[in-house]
Design a protein around this ligand. Structure first.
Ligand code: KDG
Ligand code: MG
Length: 413
């Protein structure tokens, strides 16, 4: 199973993606997602300049050893760029191994624990009536769980709320990265006021529960914007609406902040989409400060590392809730789905559909039926990359927005 080639494909079919394609001497190929939203080219360089030369001639079957070689061998550990690159190699090697075995990856991970993975979609609206329409549309599409985000009176744009389609009433799915334009391209700036948000949000959940009743699982993403005491208050205020989770209430790197939130509220907590290592979770798990881990295969070191993280979480009764916005490519999504099926402590899977253009480049076989996702029984991950189609969509610089308070102070995004 010698590796004879490995190339990094950067393509922008609607948004940017970084994909590693590894090929063995037998012509078997494996794919890995290394997309890091807004910093894509740093990962491309890490892979092209420092990782691909090490892969050529090595044995694709040695997945754990390759992971340790790239992680420990580099000396410089962790960090989003490094771990996205390691993730891409690891995922590609699992794809190859499963193709050699003639099995879908979830079989190599121990086989299915469930018939499908419960998915949640992103409902949003600039105001409550628009949000209610969006929740309704998600239910019509088959979702059985929805994330709820709305605009705040007095603000032009708010995290998680889809922009209008120019000239029409239809809504885009939320896509935070924006193409950089102008002579000196800069990220967009959004204005933020936590007090206005804290006042408004409980009224939004009141309206959603009044319209859709008590059963529907509802989620919300605070996007790291609160202090611990503000988050504690929000968790308490939302208790009557029985959230599935409150995500990223405070800046994620401050693990100890969750102690204070936990002392005050029984609203379940999820965190970790910006984490890239099991070491980011040790306090959170061992002190049982969270209920769901949000890491993605793409950003946390691949299938190997994600499996270990979820096994540790299981010891503390914490479940998975893997990150799945559109910046997780179809390759990263498929890898998540195989794990979702195979681990016992699955919780929920975030699922934003990719655009038709993205799916021209990435040929997927996973299915969304009746609110559940299934990775399919195609050997490997079940995703193929059309390199010719990818070449038609060259990279375009895009940034995530930056958040500032009303007085101009940079705030967490
Ligand atoms: O790249 C950043 C986005 O993926 C992130 O803002 C989306 O918070 C997010 C989520 O929960 O999907
Ligand atoms: Mg989030």
């Amino acid at each position: 199973m010698q590796i004879v080639s490995a190339e990094v494909v950067v393509t922008s079919p609607g948004r940017n993606f970084v994909t590693l394609r590894v090929t063995t001497e037998d012509g078997v190929t494996g794919l890995g997602d290394a997309t890091l939203n807004g910093r894509e080219l740093a990962v491309r360089s890490y892979l092209d300049d420092h990782v691909v030369p090490l892969l050529l001639g090595s044995d694709a079957s040695r997945i754990e050893d390759t992971w340790q070689y790239l992680y420990r061998g580099a000396y410089w550990r962790r960090g989003p760029v490094t771990m996205a690159a390691v993730a891409a190699v690891d995922t590609a090697l699992w794809d190859i191994k499963a193709k050699y075995a003639g099995m879908p990856l979830y079989q190599l991970l121990g086989g299915a624990c469930r018939t499908g993975a419960l998915a949640y979609g992103h409902a949003s609206g600039r105001d409550v009536p628009e949000l209610l329409d969006s929740v309704r549309a998600h239910l019509e599409q088959g979702y059985r769980a929805v994330r709820v985000q709305t605009g705040i009176p007095g603000f032009d744009s708010v995290y998680g709320v889809a922009a209008s389609r120019a000239g029409g009433g239809e809504r885009y799915d939320y896509e935070p990265a924006r193409r950089a334009v102008g002579p000196v391209p800069r990220p967009a700036v959004e204005t933020w006021d936590t007090r206005a948000y804290l006042r408004h949000l409980p009224t939004v959940f009141e309206a959603v529960r009044a319209e859709f009743g008590p059963e529907l699982p509802l989620l919300h993403d605070g996007h790291h914007r609160m202090t611990p005491i503000q988050a504690a208050r929000l968790g308490k205020d939302l208790e009557p609406y029985d959230l599935f989770w409150l995500e990223d209430a405070t800046p994620a790197e401050d693990q100890a902040a969750l102690r204070l939130i936990r002392r005050h509220t029984t609203t379940p907590l999820a965190i970790g989409e910006v984490f890239n290592s099991v070491h980011d979770y040790t306090t959170l798990l061992s002190e049982r400060l969270i209920d769901y881990v949000r890491s993605a295969v793409t950003h946390a070191g691949g299938v190997t590392a994600m499996r270990k993280l979820l096994d540790l979480a299981a010891v503390y009764g914490v479940r998975s809730g893997m990150h799945g916005p559109t910046d997780i490519s179809p390759v990263g999504m498929a890898a998540a789905l195989h794990l979702d099926l195979a681990v016992h402590n699955f919780g929920i899977q975030e699922y934003m559909r990719h655009s038709a253009r993205t799916l021209e480049v990435f040929r997927t076989s996973y299915r969304f039926e009746d609110g559940l996702l299934h990775p399919s029984d195609t050997p490997g991950l079940g995703v193929e990359l059309d390199v010719g189609a990818a070449a038609r969509f060259p990279y375009q610089q895009a940034y995530l927005p930056v958040s500032r308070l009303r007085d101009g102070t940079v705030h967490d995004w």
